[in-house]
Design a binder for this molecule. Sequence first.
Ligand code: FE2
Ligand code: FE2
Length: 202
Amino acid sequence: MSTSERQGSFTADIEAIRQRARQHIENGAVTEAYRGNRETVIKVLNEALATELVCVLRYKRHHYAATGIHAQAVADEFLEHAKEEQDHADMIAERITQLGGDPDFNPETLAKRSHSEYVEGKNLSDMIREDLVAERIAIESYSEIIRYLGDNDPTSRRVMEEILAKEEEHAEDLKTLIQTLSQAEEKMRQEPSPEWPLRRAS
Ligand SMILES: [Fe+2]
Ligand SMILES: [Fe+2]
């Protein structure tokens, strides 16, 4: 009994796979089994890359611009998100390269290619709200990308699924921050204290 018979529906012809792997070795990770439309996948991943890079810049800006009595905890959260968005950008750029594409880091067209926007925000709660909007945009567009990739490019899909899970965590963090901030502000109105625990170290 052959391996393929023992495993039921798995009928891959290992010899043919071995031969095909030797052809076009310049394509690296992209083999005949790749079912995606490579050009479209690279384009879509480049849009996700632009989205991540804009998110890095927006969170960095918010990290340094966060001021006010409740700023320290929020600024720390912005910095953590900025680092994680940078990790996402790196994961996507690496996958684009594996697919034989060029990761697009061109700053001139970055904002136009990004799904989410770069909004500076007027104050702390405005910044958090803008970040939550950006996360929600990323969640929706990455979900679309994952559906588009389907079974045609499982590796790119896994990369995007991992990133999507993190964006959902970010959105949840920001929702909690909005609630904590409004409770803290309410408490401050009722009993103002100079030693407020969220005060930014100066
Ligand atoms: Fe991200
Ligand atoms: Fe995020």
